[in-house]
Design a protein around this ligand. Sequence first.
Ligand code: ATP
Ligand code: MG
Length: 261
Amino acid sequence: MTSPLPPVGQRPDLLRMEAVNKTFGSDIVALDNMNLNVQSGDFISLLGPSGCGKSTALRLISGLMQPTQGRIEWQVPHDPGDLGVVFQEPTLMPWATVAQNVWLPFRLRGKSYAAVRDDVREALALVGLDKFEDAYPRELSGGMKMRVSIARAMVTHPKLILMDEPFAALDEITRFKLNNDLLQLKEKIGCTVIFVTHSVFESVFLSDRIVVMAARPGRVQAELTVDTPYPRSEEFRTSSEYAQQCRAASDALQDAMGMPA
Ligand SMILES: Nc1ncnc2c1ncn2[C@@H]1O[C@H](COP(=O)(O)OP(=O)(O)OP(=O)(O)O)[C@@H](O)[C@H]1O
Ligand SMILES: [Mg+2]
């Protein structure tokens, strides 16, 4: 983004979840009365224990599933290319090259490879894989596969990217590197991110809003703001400010889990 972002809470509205409930079967309340006002440029982490409805919230926002009650409404005009999704597993097509995998969101909309080749190359360059266009997924490391998955999610320059524990399966060094790169990418394409994680450290490093969720029933327990400005670097990771924010997020998480801090 060229101009600095306004502070959290003062950005233009992008998508609103209002009193959303999702019940599976007759009694599994995956989400109960979830309210979330997503604003343009937010980096939101959904942080919470297993089963608190984080993935359900993402699936509802993506439109893959409908709420049992309540509403999810975009506040701006949008088309399918305005939403990108990254899952924990890179879910690449093994028989297709890296470039063909990244082309997928366009192909699904009837666009030939030739018509979007520049976009595919740009996305691959942004994730540092411009030399791997013609490689096959089996030739890539776990971190590289995840980069391809991120390139595929952002190739259409979406307004909103949903990420469900994308780095959980990676080693810590790769994860830190991808955290840094993700912040740079977000800045470059000027999107909004909703990121699911179990990790307090990851949520504080990445986000400016942390939505802490609790389970049974799945619900929002607290929201924290991390107002350290971007760009955030490795220096931030070792600062006392970071340690303080992690402590606050960890306390909120323990509270959400019904454990003494
Ligand atoms: N398709 C489904 N059918 C029935 N129950 C479901 C379904 N999807 C989710 N649930 C239930 O809803 C609750 C929330 O699940 P969800 O996957 O959203 O949690 P989560 O916070 O993403 O957990 P994790 O951190 O383990 O990924 C859980 O109790 C889960 O068993
Ligand atoms: Mg999940």
